[in-house]
Ligand binder design. Structure first.
Ligand code: ADP
Length: 406
């Protein structure tokens, strides 16, 4: 079906045919405007001036013939279908015409119905092509505007992200100083009250606990800020992992009220690794804090250290609530706290950053952190750290390897 009126051009040196064909079309295709030209040269002028929906040309004409005209049309108007009129039985010319890019050929004597049907098809093809082109252009425009929007949005997000990073960094640094002096003053007060034998010291305990919780939060924010801005530097030294684990367990027990039951299983052999002791301590303390947080108060925690080939494995096992399988893939994500897991012991304060930070720190050491857990039977978090290749005896020679991270 032709949507709009169509413009066609008929080219023929036979003036009788040049009059007869438009008349035949006028009756059968009233929507069609017909231009005519009795020469290829005249036709080219018209073709340059306007775009036709179809061109019909005799193939045999004096001067430039139909085939030569077809070549020019293909150069000027690649999408305009051209039909060539051939003599009766002129198969070779017809084939040449099709090879030269003609849309169709019409044999003389011209069958009016065939002519009209062929022309209608050609016009439809052209109009469809135009529609497709138009839609293509519209789509391209739309794709470009979308691309532009995505780019703008990305820039906005990058800016917002940078502003967020800056805020977290600033806020955590600003909070750290007053918190440290608050902690110092409370410790001083604690000592004074003890010296004076005052009962008031018990009131200080909950204050100290609150300060400790705030310290954990501020430290998490500081760590995340270092990680996000690529400023988390590792200062690795050769370290006795057994001593480190034992001192962390002692520190954790001393700092928790009530003190948790922790079973420690440290391999007899000396296991040493090149680690940033402060950062690895952060990881282990976080695993211990989680083990306590997500277990009943008196439920025991197991800490083990062993060598496995060229790795040292530190495991923290609890007998707490455990983690449903569908939550496992997410727990190492930033700010993720499993909604179905409830805190069992102590405060529920937390940003859901501890495991993300631990994961980052362990990976930066070239290690892996892994969890096995099932609801009701507790969780085991294992940290695997690479052992030094040389495994040299430990004379506490410092291997100050400061790696700039990220
Ligand atoms: P936070 O403990 O501050 O919420 P983490 O990043 O340390 O953040 O842990 C992420 C989540 O993983 C926790 O909110 C909890 O749902 C789950 N999780 C972590 N450790 C344990 C554990 N030992 N037992 C059960 N769930 C845990």
């Amino acid at each position: 079906m032709m949507t709009n009126s169509a413009n066609i051009l008929i080219v023929d040196d036979d003036t009788a045919l040049l009059q007869a064909l438009p008349q035949a079309l006028f009756l059968r295709m009233p929507n069609v405007n017909v231009d005519t030209s009795d020469s290829a040269a005249g036709a080219l002028q018209l073709i340059r001036a306007r775009e036709y929906d179809a061109i019909v040309s005799d193939i045999k004409m004096p001067g430039m013939d139909g085939l030569a005209l077809l070549v020019k049309i293909r150069e000027l108007r690649q999408n305009t279908p051209t039909l060539l009129i051939t003599g009766h039985g002129d198969h070779n010319l017809a084939i040449q015409a099709l090879r030269g890019g003609a849309y169709d050929f019409i044999q003389k004597p011209i069958d009016r119905d065939y002519f009209v049907a062929a022309l209608r098809r050609a016009i439809q093809t052209h109009q469809l092509q135009l529609q497709v082109l138009e839609q293509q252009r519209a789509l391209e425009g739309y794709a470009k505007s979308l691309e532009l929007k995505v780019q703008e949005r990305t820039n906005e997000l990058l800016e917002a992200n940078a502003a967020k990073d800056e805020f977290i960094s600033m806020a955590s640094h600003e909070l750290k100083t007053p918190l440290s002096s608050l902690k110092g003053m409370t410790q001083l007060l604690h000592r004074r009250l003890i010296r004076a034998g005052s009962q008031e010291v018990t009131n200080l305990v909950s204050m100290e606990n609150s300060i400790r919780r705030m310290e954990v939060l501020v430290n998490d924010l500081l760590s995340i800020s270092y990680i996000e801005t690529g400023k988390l530097a590792l200062h690795c030294r050769r370290c006795n992992m057994g001593d480190l684990c034992q001192s962390l367990v002692d520190e954790f027990q001393a700092g928790s009220n009530p003190s948790p039951v922790i079973h420690v299983d440290i391999a007899d052999e000396i296991i040493e690794a090149d680690v940033d002791a402060e950062r690895i301590s952060q990881v282990i303390l976080n695993l211990l804090a989680n083990a306590r947080k997500y277990s009943p108060a008196r439920s025991p925690i197991h800490v083990s250290l062993k060598r496995l080939d060229d790795l040292c494995i530190i495991s923290v096992r609890d007998q707490g609530v455990g983690i449903p399988p569908e939550e496992l893939p997410q727990i190492f994500e930033r700010f993720y706290r499993a909604p179905s897991i409830e805190v069992q012991t102590g405060s529920s304060v937390g940003f859901g950053l501890g495991l993300y930070i631990s994961h980052q720190i362990v990976e930066r050491h070239g290690g892996k952190i892994h969890v096995e857990s099932s609801p009701g039977s507790g969780s085991v978090f294992s940290v695997a750290l690479p052992l030094p290749v040389d495994d040299a005896p430990t004379d506490s020679a410092e291997l100050e390897s400061s790696q700039q991270l990220m």
